[in-house]
Design a binder for this molecule. Structure first.
Ligand code: 2P0
Length: 333
């Protein structure tokens, strides 16, 4: 491969309404359950990957020495290792053995608490494969992104997306879901601090030690059927109810792990209670949570500003941001 090859891609984070929590195969990142998510606008990663041919790199191409910068800061350790291992998948597929320079920028509106591996690995998969000369269709890109971080396979697509769990590398990928609902997600930022345990570690602990985990997996099948039926019928209330139940079940299973994984803070409980109480006052709003203390609120796009204002009134210490559905991964330039 003469010269140096470079590509830039942009991807958005996604929030799951039916969650992914646990891997049937750790190395291939095959999940135990299918999941359903909404790709959001605003939470964006833009990544440039440049494969360096002989002469472009200080060390030449005989020894792979990738570099990674995130928001202008050079990274080492496990972040770089994880990216390098992912790039190895791309290099193997493209038949190249060149080191890469990776530069990533995130536009997260309020600090580090929502930095997401989903947008990161979706953008990396698209930029790296294109820079390596591969022209992958979306489904292949989704399978590739999955190997970097499970939830990243969903950020290849915009809007509502289903990740089919599958049973092997070929059958585990995401695809878009037709959605007549005009949805919005409101992020209630409770803590921007780094979470006490990574989701990767927490899902492993939950799977291995929580007596409630098998029950959550079993319920997840019904939850997915219910969510897809709700979407196809345009029934926001039914979708909200099943999404909230699925997320609370996931956290119940985490809390029952040995030792228990508790991401909740006092303000988390306050936000969950506020959303429930708002429903009794006629607001269409349902909570979901991921591996952290923050609460995300599902509502309809036309109601989003009114729901957000009510949340701001009730939770004056929290930052409240409205997000609309965002697009899938895109090449830039
Ligand atoms: C989800 N989460 O469905 C779930 C719900 C967090 C809670 O996907 O180990 O960073 O890299 O595959 O994708 C976060 O997990 O995990 C996640 P890995 P990932 O959105």
């Amino acid at each position: 491969m003469p010269g140096s090859y470079s590509a830039t891609a942009r991807a958005h984070a996604n929030i799951a309404l039916i969650k992914y929590w646990g891997k049937a195969d750790e190395s291939l990142v095959i999940p135990t359950t299918s999941s359903l998510s909404l790709t959001l606008d605003g939470l964006t990663t833009q990544t440039t990957v440049e494969f360096l041919a002989d002469g472009d790199s200080a060390t030449g191409s005989a020894v792979l020495q990738d570099t990674l910068s995130i928001d202008g800061r050079l990274q080492g350790g496990t972040s770089l290792q994880r990216v390098s291992r992912f790039l190895d998948l791309v290099r193997d597929r493209a038949g190249i053995a060149l080191p890469a320079r990776v530069a990533s920028r995130n536009t997260v509106p309020f600090g580090a608490g929502l930095a997401s591996s989903a947008s990161a690995f979706a953008a990396l998969a698209a930029a790296a494969s294109r820079a390596a000369g591969l022209e992958l269709p979306d489904r292949e890109l989704s399978r590739l992104a999955r190997r970097g971080s499970g939830s990243a396979c969903r950020s290849i697509y915009g809007g509502l997306v289903k990740w089919n769990a599958g049973h092997d590398d070929g059958s585990s990928y995401a695809e878009p879901v037709e959605n007549p609902l005009d949805l919005a997600i409101i992020v209630v930022l409770i803590s921007a601090r780094e979470k006490p345990m990574s989701s990767r570690e927490a899902m492993r602990l939950t799977m291995c030690t929580s007596p409630l985990y098998p029950a959550w997996v079993q319920a997840s099948d019904d939850d997915m059927r219910g969510a897809l039926a709700a979407v196809s019928q345009g029934d926001l209330r039914a979708l909200g109810e099943v999404a909230e139940a699925n997320a609370l079940g996931m956290h119940a299973a985490m809390m029952a792990a040995r030792p228990g994984v508790i991401y909740w803070l006092p303000q988390t409980v306050a936000a969950l209670a506020a959303v429930r109480d708002m429903r009794t006052h006629g607001f269409d709003a349902w909570s979901t949570m991921d591996a952290g203390a923050n609460v995300k609120v599902l509502t309809s796009a036309p109601d989003a500003e009114r729901v957000a204002d009510e949340l701001r009134n009730r939770l004056p210490d929290c930052t409240v941001e409205v997000h609309r559905p965002g697009s899938g991964v895109q090449m830039v330039g």
